[in-house]
Write a protein that binds this ligand. Structure first.
Ligand code: FES
Length: 139
């Protein structure tokens, strides 16, 4: 299995690891097949994502995709953040081995769960955003 240079670089030097204490939205998702967990924190001001961080108990591919995804959403509006899909992140990383694609889905799901959390707390609707599979807040 081969990892691209960009994947290796983000894995060795992950951006945005940590948490945001006064996050506007937090999303936690798990991968049922490997048991790995991903949590994304978003700071949103005036509809703009001003900060994004992640914490994970996950593999290298999950780290690299979350690192890239948190980089990509920063500065976007919450609506624009919906364009940061699994596919977009994979393209930005020049791809992942096919067996690792499921790992990258974790980044997209955690990001969307954090957006969902924000939307619920603020009573807004983000076009195209659906409830996370496991909604820990019971909305
Ligand atoms: Fe679990 Fe990659 S093996 S996220």
């Amino acid at each position: 299995m081969e990892y691209t240079e960009k994947v290796m670089e983000h894995f060795m030097n992950p951006r945005n690891v940590g948490e945001i204490e006064d996050a506007s939205g937090v999303g936690t998702v798990g991968n049922a097949s490997c048991g790995d967990i991903m949590r994304v924190f978003l700071k949103i001001e005036d509809n703009i994502i001003t900060d994004a961080k992640f914490k994970t108990f996950g593999c290298g591919a999950a780290v690299a995709t979350s690192s890239m995804a948190t980089e990509m959403v920063r500065g976007l509006t919450v609506q624009e953040a919906m364009t940061v899909t699994n596919k977009a992140v994979l393209e930005a990383l020049d791809g992942l081995p096919a067996v690792k694609t499921h790992c990258s889905v974790l980044a997209e799901e955690a990001l969307r769960a954090a957006l969902w959390d924000y939307a619920c707390k603020n009573g807004i609707t983000i076009p195209g955003l659906e409830a996370p599979k496991e909604d820990e807040h019971g909305h």
